[in-house]
Design a protein. Sequence first.
Length: 678
Amino acid sequence: MKRTLFLFIITFYLTGNLTAQSRVIENINSQWLFHKGDLKFATKQNIDEKAWDLVNIPHTWNADDSFDKRGIDDGFDIMYYYYRGPGWYRKWIKLEEKDASRRILLYFEAANAVAEVFVNDKLVGKHIGGYSGFQFDITDFVKFDSSNLISVKVDNSYNYDIPPHRADYTMYGGIYRDVLLVKTDKIFIDKLLIQTNDVSKSSGKIKLLTKLDNKSNYTDLKLRFTLIDPSGFELEKKDINILTQPKQIIKNEYDFTTVENPELWSPTNPKLYKVKTELLSNGKIVDELTQKFGFRFYRFDAKKGFFLNGNHLSLKGVNRHQDRAGYGWALTNDLHYEDMSIIKSMGANFVRMAHYQQDQAVLNACDELGLLVWEEIAVVTSVGHEKFKINAKNMLREMITEHYNHPSIIVWGLMNETDATPPPGDFNWNYELCLELNSMAKKLDPTRYTTQAQKGDDTTGISKITDISGWNRYFGWYYGAFEDFGKFMDEQKKLNPGQPTLISEYGAGSERGYHKENPDPSDFTEEWQIMFHRSALKQIVDRPWIAGACVWNMFSFASEEKQGSIKHINQKGLVTWDRKAKDVFYFYQSKWLDEAMIYIVSHTWLERSGANGEKKKIEVFSNCDKVELFNKGNSLGIKTSNFVWDVEFSEGKNALRAVGEKNSVKVTDEILINYTLD
């Protein structure tokens, strides 16, 4: 029996990007059965399900077990602290007799890392890769007016042929994004790519690339395109007749229209247009999609940085992993949106999706909120050989084609830190893979830049393959002194002056609420983390040829190999794993946010001690023109810069209040410090 995998490039189901008239889309996240481990008869209909757990999707089996309490010196019988292996899911669905005239499609937004899908004990398809969406046509496998069993085997085991080999993050197993049942006509719109060409402030051209998946006998087909502006007004409508033979795949390109004086998309003005596409047969609508997109033009300059819509823009960025305390990778769309909102609230305008393709809901949020994006595939640390190369290319193809229409995306990332850690003799595989991925990205999407993130001196020349070089550097945390960062970047710029530069990672770890007046290097205090970022950010700003930089990381995240002050957590987040802001979050607000803000350092250090009459330094993070600090209602003075005061506390409660003013807008912050005499 023929098995076919359909990668639906425009399947942005339930994320705000898609509407449909003739197709029916059902979220089937609820009421799945799950079994951890392998089972010989998991696809059989008449097995005993009593031992299975009842779960809802999104789901991961590693939400808790990645935090094994054994120490680094204890013995281990397995390679990883957490379970990496197979797991099974089962769900019964009912199809009505009226569905028999339709095609039935099963869509998974992601499952990590290998998924085999069965319907009624028959294998319908297999997908390799844990970060992209995939869909199978199950029409020939289902029974109508009857119940049907869906069985899915998911396996997150290490596999030399599947990226990534290893990385500094926990690789959760499971069906951790939405699952949808889609019912369509015998013909439907499989792909709609929207190209915006020759964009300027005065005009922009739209080119449409379509693919129709046709198993019908229709011969009289028409596509109707309608352009809708950000206010909802229909700007243009165009009908195009399609010449076809029955049961054929139909691919076409259309120069749709030119828009005069388009409303340009930007972080401060994220205006989104829509193209509504209707597929008609004999005048009847048989399928419909509405896809958002945006007009913008941009460039990277090796000397001057980044320009968007003709204006210079410093890319103020963060990295983002997709996990959260209590959820692992199994986040809802609302939680993804919340993460992007937190990033935006800090004043950032740029996000690197580390180290893999992320949920459609994330990209939709970036489009709507105004966050520029670097998105990448999971080629991390090392590379494999031929099969690895094939899978890496498939991941790149899936990412670019699924996320092509998002105006927020400006850069495709190809690999991360592969220059320093390949096995001996394998560097040529790494270099050749980078060449092939870069060539492929340019063919799939000639409109965007390519980049990679590397960490060592570029003696091999691999960083020159992509349009932009990206650097992961941690001076003052893992090695060296703070000031070595700028020296290193200056050296690299001299070696490669003609290539634009991004800082893909820089950061230091901390434990929220852990404070010292005199911190030690890399001691996980919030003070050392702030010292690190204060120095690094200044060195970045002082070099206008650095187009932008991404803090590692916006949110602390699970990493089974980490042994910091909190085991199995990478603590470099500006916000904790359970989404509590650290002091350094407010430091960045004071540097990046336009709206007036003020924060007394620190809200998590309210128990202080010292000698009678001893003065303690109190800093206020603020972007205000002037700040006044009060203790117990008494003014300690007004400052217009360097918002640090020497404060003499009295024993007991000390009420600190800071008042800032910016453009006639006043903001305040208050904390209550309990001071104990030594």
